[in-house]
Design a protein around this ligand. Structure first.
Ligand SMILES: Cc1cc2nc3c(=O)[nH]c(=O)nc-3n(C[C@H](O)[C@H](O)[C@H](O)COP(=O)(O)OP(=O)(O)OC[C@H]3O[C@@H](n4cnc5c(N)ncnc54)[C@H](O)[C@@H]3O)c2cc1C
Length: 288
């Protein structure tokens, strides 16, 4: 049974922002929120349907960035050429999120604002250096995604804000990125652990920028900064990849839960980073 609530369904972003407040909970695809309501974990006074807001939809290239409206569904990510070309790890994550029915409803903003440590869109977006756009009646601010997600189901969003878009710089031509997820099944499974990496290299083939993000291994998705630093200035050979993979352990604080043990997650974090970097090295070898 669902609890009682008032239901409002604004037709424009301006109307939605005017209605927002501490007693109002936005409802996008409902694939997290309706479960929370049904299980009695949330009892909002007012639910505001934001799924009709056209301003939250669409994927575009703008001022050197790829911009995704917060209300973009996971299914839409899967078929969009800009995501395939400039957000490959996000495309990979979208293909592995839930099942087709969930992907048709679930939105990018919902995945990020829900702030599960295992949220599958988070590591790829963090690896791509994404920022979220938070809009209130008064102003719009941009926050780096790795700061936005602050803990288990905690973010920096305020009651008077909506997550209106997510954006990242178009990756340079000399770059590659990838996503990896381990679940208890091959499909329709929450991540036991997930990770994404992006590497940019110089014209001599040495790593000039690296971002590695790990999910479901700490209260929020984290960057493996020491592992990233170990790559800088080096070609991605077996020795460098191994050195980076060993440093991932430092960034994570995994726990035992129904899906896996902390020990397993620690081992798999290193394995995933090794595989991601090996894939990126293969891609680089094919391009140069
Ligand atoms: C069967 C099943 C399988 C799943 N599998 C996966 C999986 O494999 N990987 C994974 O990561 N997740 C999975 N999920 C979780 C869920 O589908 C995703 O987190 C989804 O992206 C949530 O989006 P939504 O639009 O449904 O959010 P909602 O449920 O509508 O909202 C979630 C939260 O975000 C807030 N919110 C939504 N949009 C905005 C906005 N624009 N601005 C401000 N706040 C907003 C809501 O108020 C709410 O607090 C699964 C869920 C189900 C039911």
């Amino acid at each position: 049974m669902l609890p009682e609530f008032e239901f409002v369904s604004p037709g424009t972003l301006a109307e939605a922002l005017a209605l927002l407040g501490p007693d109002v909970t936005p409802l996008a695809g409902g694939t997290n929120l309706i479960v929370e309501l049904r299980d009695g974990n949330s009892s909002p006074k007012r639910l505001m349907d934001i799924s009709r807001l056209r301003e939250l939809r669409g994927i575009r290239r703008e001022n050197g960035h790829i911009v995704i409206g917060g209300g973009t569904t996971i299914s839409e990510l899967l078929v969009h050429p800009l995501i395939a070309e400039h957000g490959w790890p996000l495309s990979q994550a979208a293909a592995l999120l839930g099942n087709p029915l969930v992907r048709n409803r679930a939105t990018v903003a919902g995945n990020l604002v829900n702030a599960s440590p295992a949220a599958d869109t988070a590591p790829p977006l963090i690896a791509l250096a994404a920022e979220v756009e938070l809009t209130s009646k008064k102003k719009t601010r941009l926050v780096p995604l790795d700061e936005f997600m602050a803990g288990v189901n905690k973010t920096m969003i305020r009651h008077d804000e909506l997550l209106t878009s997510v954006r990242w710089p178009v990756p340079p031509a000399r770059s590659a990125a990838a996503f990896y997820k381990i679940g208890l099944r091959k499909a329709d499974a929450c991540s036991v652990i997930n990770a994404a990496a992006m590497v940019v290299w110089d014209d001599a083939g040495r790593c000039s920028q690296a971002r590695i993000a790990i999910g479901a291994a700490a209260p929020r998705p984290v960057r493996a900064r020491k592992a990233e630093s170990a790559l800088l200035g080096h070609a991605l050979d077996g020795r460098v990849i191994e050195a980076a993979a060993r440093l991932v352990d430092d960034a994570i604080q995994p726990i035992d839960d129904v899906r896996g043990t902390a020990v397993y997650r620690r081992r798999m974090a290193a394995v995933m980073v090794r595989r991601l970097l090996a894939q990126i090295a293969e891609h680089q070898a094919g391009r140069r």
